[in-house]
Design a protein around this ligand. Structure first.
Ligand code: BGC
Length: 250
């Protein structure tokens, strides 16, 4: 079956119908640039543009880079603060003429996609997916079951918000070498490991395309560390999975 998935990010809003049997996009995705400031109203207009591009008329799953409970966006570390407290599922549904909309955290979406179709497939025990990008997103699984909204990117590391030290943005802003950045990522992973003792770390985000640049440089972590497999489309696929009607199978 096909469900529509949309991934809201700081630079782009992208979406496509997803084939849930294959865990892949059913058509080439459509992307529009995120407006700045990225207000709820402006971004909602972009989501409508992406969905309408495909003439879609069914359930829509949407990721958001912040805490989401019951369709309400509760934090917005790297987005306009106007999102805090907004019933985003209701807002997007009304802008899409009543299509059912499910909203979830972006890293949680990437995580459920990876656990079903990618690097975490069939892995039992505790698995943590971390997306390294503008911020750091996290998805925590125990025996394949998600604990949503863990926000491990905001753990404190050496007195700083961890994502300001170990995200890809921190690497770029600080002009860090791969070695220095991998050292910071290693310290961060060791801290997360101290708290949760995961069996597996999955590293997602754009850098998961170049794992050879930094994974071999990471020291001091006992758990296995692997790159994500779905890369760019994990958020879209996970969003669609979350929007699958409970009555549907396959
Ligand atoms: C947000 C998370 C999000 C992550 C990746 C963080 O700043 O707090 O909710 O998952 O960035 O986008």
């Amino acid at each position: 079956m096909e469900i529509f998935g949309v991934d809201i990010g700081g630079s782009g809003i992208k979406g496509a119908p997803v084939d849930l049997n294959r865990g892949d996009l059913a058509q080439e995705r459509h992307k529009v640039l995120t407006p700045h400031p990225a207000t709820p109203d402006g971004v909602a207009g972009c989501v409508v543009e992406v969905v309408r591009h495909f003439d879609w008329n069914g359930p829509v799953g949407v990721t958001f880079p912040g805490v989401v409970t019951g369709g309400v966006t509760r934090s917005a570390a790297n987005m306009d603060k106007g999102w805090v407290g907004v019933d985003t599922a209701a807002l997007l549904s009304s802008r899409l003429d009543g299509l059912p909309v499910t909203v979830l955290n972006d890293a949680d979406a990437a995580g459920v996609a990876e656990m079903t179709y990618g690097a975490g497939r069939g892995v039992a025990g505790t698995v943590i997916l971390l997306t390294l990008g503008t911020g750091i997103g996290s998805a925590l699984f125990t025996d394949g079951r998600l604990v949503p909204n863990t926000e491990l990117g905001h753990l404190e590391l050496k007195g700083h918000d961890a994502e300001t030290r170990a995200s890809v943005k921190a690497k770029e802003d600080g002009d860090l070498t791969w070695e220095r950045w991998a050292h910071r990522v290693g310290k961060y992973l060791a801290h997360v490991e101290m708290l949760f003792s995961p069996d597996l770390f999955i590293i997602g985000g754009g850098v998961s395309r170049k794992p050879e640049k930094f994974l071999p440089l990471i020291e001091g972590v006992r758990a296995e560390i692997v790159p994500a497999k779905l890369q760019n489309n994990a958020g879209i696929v996970g969003a669609a999975m979350a929007a699958r009607p409970a009555s549907a199978s396959g």
